[in-house]
Design a protein around this ligand. Structure first.
Ligand SMILES: Cc1cc2nc3c(=O)[nH]c(=O)nc-3n(C[C@H](O)[C@H](O)[C@H](O)COP(=O)(O)OP(=O)(O)OC[C@H]3O[C@@H](n4cnc5c(N)ncnc54)[C@H](O)[C@@H]3O)c2cc1C
Length: 403
């Protein structure tokens, strides 16, 4: 791979940096900082909403949507550059992360013109919050086993069943859901068939959202119960039975997003060393901690090179494994190693939780320590990535592990 940026990629990076130089400092000064350590807190959400709107004013909110939908025309390298520059500038998060990165592209790919006109502005302009409702109690990694049904009744569908682990559903008005329109498909041994994608308004009668408190003390994800919820057929995205293809597109975007998360790790490493300099400076003289910093820095660099190799294959139209599952594996374990290092580097102050007056960076690192357990579960768990590598890269004998 040629590591030099192409002139158009360099121009893209410089344009983004120049825009951030002008717009980010006044935004941070004008906006109350909000409680960004809590993703679901009201202040944090208001701040994310304001930041996404600011980005959208500059055409930087949904860069991969194409100019006709308020985005730009970008290549895969520019997608990565975007994440790296945002991490370098430590910008606030987006209000509609799922909506911008995953759901919007699916509506663009599968929606009718009316659906695009109805839903895309709501995502882009941060008018309403959006969530992604795929997982069920018996359908996580084995997503095709989902059993929440949508049964056609005249111009409507009637929905029954439940979803679980749906991030930010308690804040959302809309969500992209996968529902089973043909319950016989599982009995017929064709579980990938008979699944249909719908965009649902969560305020519909018969839909109840119940937050789940996680181990970091936050209510970030939710259970959703459907009891004879009646939804119009006009909320169906794509054809009946085409839901698996919609899901694969959505998860494909999620995985590219995970690879680009590696750039956030190096920004986090720099920030935690900086924080240690002020709250626990002696830690930086400890040889074992210095070793750990050097080791994790090297591993982040290796993970970055791995993700560049995956990207290079994607850009050449080649199959992107084993690099993509490897990049997911290395990002997820590094994210956990880094969160553990933060707590050790920051000493006693690093253990103070959010809300405490002496907590470091408003408790961000303590929260990360608990939250990063997620990284080996979400977006395809560690065991599943290893199965993919065993089947497709090493071609280990035996029954397929990835059907
Ligand atoms: C913080 C967080 C946010 C989330 N947000 C969302 C969201 O917004 N929307 C949404 O739809 N979902 C969301 N999820 C759910 C997530 O997608 C699932 O947790 C994930 O798909 C795993 O499914 P599961 O929890 O049912 O575990 P399971 O699939 O039941 O797996 C349990 C364990 O068994 C292992 N295992 C399973 N199958 C195999 C196999 N074939 N071979 C070897 N080992 C196996 C797994 O690796 C894991 O260790 C979120 C999860 C988390 C933690």
């Amino acid at each position: 791979m040629d590591f030099a940026l192409a002139p158009e990629d360099e121009a893209f990076r410089d344009e983004l940096r120049a825009w951030l130089d002008v717009h980010l400092p006044p935004f941070l000064e004008a906006e109350s900082l909000g409680d960004d350590a809590s993703l679901s807190g009201e202040a944090s959400q208001r701040r994310r909403q304001a930041w996404q709107r600011k980005l959208n004013e500059g055409g930087w909110a949904a860069i991969h949507w194409g100019p006709e939908y308020g985005g730009r025309t970008i290549n895969a390298m520019q997608r990565l550059i975007y994440s790296e520059v945002m991490a370098e500038y430590r910008t606030p998060g987006l209000f509609n992360t799922n909506g911008i990165w995953q759901i919007g592209p699916m509506i663009i790919a599968w929606g009718t013109e009316e659906q695009k006109a109805q839903w895309l502005p709501s995502i882009l302009e941060a008018e309403e919050h959006w969530c992604q409702g795929f997982s069920e109690p018996d359908a996580g990694n084995d997503l095709a086993n989902l059993r929440t049904t949508a049964v056609r009744d005249g111009d409507d569908y009637v929905v029954n069943g439940s979803k679980i682990w749906i991030s930010s559903a308690h804040l959302a008005t809309w969500g992209l859901f996968l529902l089973r329109t043909d319950p016989t498909a599982i009995e017929r041994g064709k579980k990938h068939e008979g699944i249909t994608a719908f965009v649902l308004n969560l305020h519909t009668p018969g839909i109840e959202v119940r937050p789940i408190r996680d181990m970091a003390g936050e209510e970030l994800f939710n259970e959703i119960f459907f009891t004879d919820a009646r939804i119009p057929a006009s909320w169906r995205l794509g054809d009946e039975g085409a839901g698996w293809m919609v899901a694969m597109g959505t998860l494909g975007y999620e995985r590219v997003g995970i690879a680009s998360q590696i750039s956030i790790l190096s920004a986090d490493l720099r920030a935690m060393v900086e924080a240690a300099r002020s709250v626990n400076p002696t830690a930086l003289d400890d040889p074992s901690l210095r070793d750990r910093i050097a080791k994790v820095w090297t591993e982040i660099e290796l993970a970055r090179l791995l993700s560049l190799r995956a990207l290079s294959k994607i850009m050449k139209g080649e199959k992107n494994w084993p690099e993509v599952p490897f990049a997911k594996l290395s990002w997820s374990s590094l994210a956990q190693t880094l969160a553990e290092l933060a707590v050790d580097l920051l000493g006693p102050a690093g253990l103070l939780a959010r809300g405490g007056p002496d907590s470091v960076d408003r408790g961000k690192w303590t929260r990360l320590y608990a939250f990063q357990r997620y990284s080996t579960i979400g977006g395809g768990s560690t065991e599943i990535q290893k199965n993919i590598i065993a089947d497709r890269a090493i071609k280990m004998p035996g029954q397929s592990r990835t059907s």
